[in-house]
Design a protein around this ligand. Structure first.
Ligand SMILES: Cc1cc2nc3c(=O)[nH]c(=O)nc-3n(C[C@H](O)[C@H](O)[C@H](O)COP(=O)(O)OP(=O)(O)OC[C@H]3O[C@@H](n4cnc5c(N)ncnc54)[C@H](O)[C@@H]3O)c2cc1C
Length: 186
């Protein structure tokens, strides 16, 4: 990967921090991992989509990082653009009994919000670390429940397609990439 070209281009866009050789040990819960050739933390959903579309079109390797609680990064690091969801996708919206949240939202925070709003269903998630996106990718669960029981639909970004809405029954597809994730609580 031509790091200089990537960094020059992304910095031009003014989308948030674009860091060369960022130690991933700073972004994983085990505090291990060598450097990402490029680490980017887009400020907004639009910026994040722009980065994804660009790296995809340029065939540049990339990796989406949530809170780093389920990744073990080699000491050699990752020769890729590591894209953090932690700034861009932090919104939680409540409409009636339905919550819509960005995949960068911490799952524990979402579970607390649901509790405060008297919504049932996410109690199992109250102590699972990581982001909503990470939990959806692995269908996190505990105490007899799991993400697929509470997810209604997801707005995802898919390589080659871009944004599209997924029904929960298609959830296997979210391993490719996810952006916004709708949670419907009974
Ligand atoms: C102490 C501890 C207790 C835990 N307890 C439980 C438990 O009780 N039940 C359970 O099911 N799990 C449990 N887990 C696992 C937990 O579910 C995962 O660590 C968490 O869901 C990962 O989220 P993350 O944001 O940290 O993802 P990361 O570690 O950052 O990433 C994990 C994977 O998800 C991908 N990813 C992350 N966000 C996105 C996104 N927005 N779009 C596309 N891909 C994405 C990454 O590319 C990577 O492949 C536990 C983990 C820990 C450390």
């Amino acid at each position: 990967m031509n790091a200089t070209m990537v960094i020059d281009e992304l910095r031009e866009w003014d989308i948030g921090p674009v860091i060369e050789n960022e130690p991933l040990s700073r972004h994983t819960s085990f505090r291990i991992g060598g450097p990402a050739t490029v680490y980017v933390q887009p400020h907004s959903e639009t910026d994040l989509i722009r980065v994804l579309n660009w790296v995809e079109a340029q065939k540049i390797p990339y990796f989406i990082l949530g809170q780093g609680t389920n990744v073990l990064v080699s000491d050699r690091g990752l020769d890729a653009v590591v894209i953090s969801t932690s700034r861009a996708l932090r919104e939680i919206r409540l409409e009636g009994t339905r919550m819509t949240a960005g995949s960068g939202v911490l799952l524990t925070k979402l579970a607390h919000k649901a509790h405060q709003a008297n919504l049932k269903g996410l109690e199992f998630a109250i102590s699972i670390p990581g982001t909503l996106g990470g939990a959806l990718v692995m269908n996190a669960g505990a105490h007899g429940s799991e993400m697929r029981h509470v997810v209604d639909s997801m707005l995802i970004w898919e390589p080659g397609t871009g944004l599209r809405m997924l029904d929960a029954s298609e959830a296997g597809l979210i391993v490719k990439a996810s952006l916004w994730n709708g949670i419907g609580l009974p």
